[in-house]
Design a protein around this ligand. Structure first.
Ligand code: G3P
Length: 277
């Protein structure tokens, strides 16, 4: 499984790149807002155009997703083309992020505009990351339209299941992959019992249907979900910086390091040229 960073913050991107395991970056309008506000709160000025260019150069050789912002075919297509034309020449690593369905209310009549945009962009060889996926059938549709990546939102489907059952929770709380039992029932959204199961179902379908689109597990909230989406068949997980930094953490690793560093004999220190004592 590839590890992407879910961030538009260049300091976080530099940090994650320094680990040597980063395969790509995903952004969205909220993450860009966060990064801009963080800079402004430090009294720094930001030129978003050069900031995006810097981000793309930092990630040369690794895909970076930049999202459209409109809710209709014409404008999404025009934004996607502008994003690709303007920014892909910087480091040849732009994926345009397009919502599977751009509607901002359930009664809107252009639910398929995202799919139409994806189809059009694919015909023009513009790589698409289809976002805001909450069902296997949405993933199937996005893949059929030609999306290179499909992004199911793991954490947000878990939020939705708890919200609709009026369960209080914190976003980083673990949600059981096999679902949340309530009496005799397991909470579900039209058969989907958790974000991790959503990834599993998409993975099974893509395997059976021989679909080449990559499954990019998004909205990851804790390190256990990283393990679970890998097991469920995600090709990529996009991970927030604070979760990525915790993956190596374990109390027994710390305890073991303390013991090993205490037990080192001077002869061994000398032999390997250790500097710490
Ligand atoms: O990649 C999508 C992601 O940024 C959403 O994460 O935690 O806001 O659901 P979250």
């Amino acid at each position: 499984m590839k590890f992407f960073l879910d961030s538009a913050d260049t300091n976080e991107i530099k940090g994650a790149l320094s680990f040597g395991i980063l395969d790509g970056v995903t952004t969205n309008p909220s993450l860009i807002k966060e990064a801009v506000e963080r800079k402004k709160s430090k009294g720094e000025r930001i030129n978003l155009d050069s900031y995006i260019r810097q981000m793309l150069k930092l990630c040369k050789g690794k895909p970076v997703s930049l999202e459209v912002v409109s809710s209709d075919y014409k404008n999404m297509l025009s934004e996607a083309e502008t994003i690709f034309k303007k920014y892909n020449k910087v480091a040849k690593n732009v994926y345009v992020k397009v919502p599977v369905n751009p509607c901002t209310d359930l009664k809107c009549t252009n639910q398929m505009d995202g799919i139409r945009v994806i189809r059009k962009l694919s015909e023009k060889n513009i790589p698409v990351n289809c976002t805001l996926i909450f069902t296997p059938e949405q993933a199937l549709l996005a893949a059929k339209a030609g999306a290179k990546f499909v992004s199911p939102f793991v954490g947000r489907i878990d939020d939705y299941l708890r919200e609709t059952a009026h369960i209080k929770f914190d976003k980083s709380d673990y949600f059981p992959r096999e679902g949340w039992k309530k009496g005799k029932w397991v909470l579900n959204d039209n058969g989907i019992v958790s974000g991790v199961e959503l990834i599993k179902e998409i993975s099974v379908i893509f395997g059976k249907q021989k679909i080449k689109s990559k499954i990019l597990a998004a909205s990851i909230r804790n390190t256990r979900q990283v393990r679970e989406v890998a097991e469920a068949g995600a090709d990529i997980a996009t991970i927030p910086f604070k979760v990525l930094g915790k993956i190596a953490e374990h109390v027994k690793t710390v305890e073991g390091m303390n013991k090993f560093t205490k037990d080192v004999v001077p002869e061994y220190v000398k032999l390997i040229g250790a500097k710490h004592r």
